[in-house]
Design a protein around this ligand. Sequence first.
Ligand SMILES: NC(=O)c1ccc[n+]([C@@H]2O[C@H](COP(=O)([O-])OP(=O)(O)OC[C@H]3O[C@@H](n4cnc5c(N)ncnc54)[C@H](OP(=O)(O)O)[C@@H]3O)[C@@H](O)[C@H]2O)c1
Length: 277
Amino acid sequence: MDETRRARRSVVTGAGSGLGRAIAERLAGADDQVIGTVRSPERAAALSEKAREAGLRLRFVPLELGALEQVRATARALEAEGGVDLLVHNAGFGLFGAIEQTDDGSVAHQFAVNLFGPLELTRLLLPGLRARRGRVIWIGSLAGRLSLPFQAHYSATKAAIASVSDAMRLELAPLGVAVTCVEPGDFSTGFTDARQRAGADDPLYRERIERCLQAVEQQERDGAQPALVARAVEKLSRLKSPPARYPVGRWANTLCLLHRLLPDAVRESVVRRLYRV
Ligand SMILES: NC(=O)c1ccc[n+]([C@@H]2O[C@H](COP(=O)([O-])OP(=O)(O)OC[C@H]3O[C@@H](n4cnc5c(N)ncnc54)[C@H](OP(=O)(O)O)[C@@H]3O)[C@@H](O)[C@H]2O)c1
């Protein structure tokens, strides 16, 4: 890999736990000046203090991605400080339930947090990113390639992220901004407990939903450690020409290959078995 190390101002959203925390700490450990976001202002202050005590160049600012005014204020503050070199869109959550039973408010919130907030943040940080010839890394998901049962809306946000990332690469490469999308498989983080359930307790779906949720949770709890994603993000962040998509995690590359090669019926039967639906 072509490594070009230099001090950078890096923003990592959702840096208070899981993958985001590992990414923020890894970048700070590599001498980046890191700004992490968490939702609660009190947690932001406490985490900043802890990082200061640990001697890390890592501070936290509060950001609720579902609130566009907050997103805009955060972007304005970052731009006023001189802009950023690296923007890692990591924050997100999963919504679980049958499409038929998921109300429009839950759907809107899923898209607001995983996609619309990050898009607005990107848009407003682009002047600084262009000036610094910076880069954007999206944390997508393998669910963005292989749409998952009872996680339709989550999968759709991750497919949209990958699609946005691909288009951004084409728009921004001539302007000096590199963009890439990291696609994690299963990782053991707070994501599993933070998952939101949608829908009524309808006997039409109940049994399959419960079986599927059990399988999903088990796979995540047995998943890989966040350090693997942090290492990948740091490596990608230093490449002159990062790849468009970067699957990471156990079986991630094999799953992508099978997804490309298998006929629909075979692929769907594998997914049905894996998720017990
Ligand atoms: N774990 C996996 O198996 C897996 C697999 C593929 C992709 N991913 C993706 O990886 C990313 C990180 O997830 P994780 O596994 O590290 O889960 P996590 O431990 O639950 O971390 C999620 C982070 O997102 C932040 N967040 C959630 N809702 C938010 C909102 N409304 N506004 C602002 N921030 C919000 C949380 O902030 P607070 O600290 O304030 O709660 C938290 O720091 C997500 O985008 C997820 O989709 C995870």
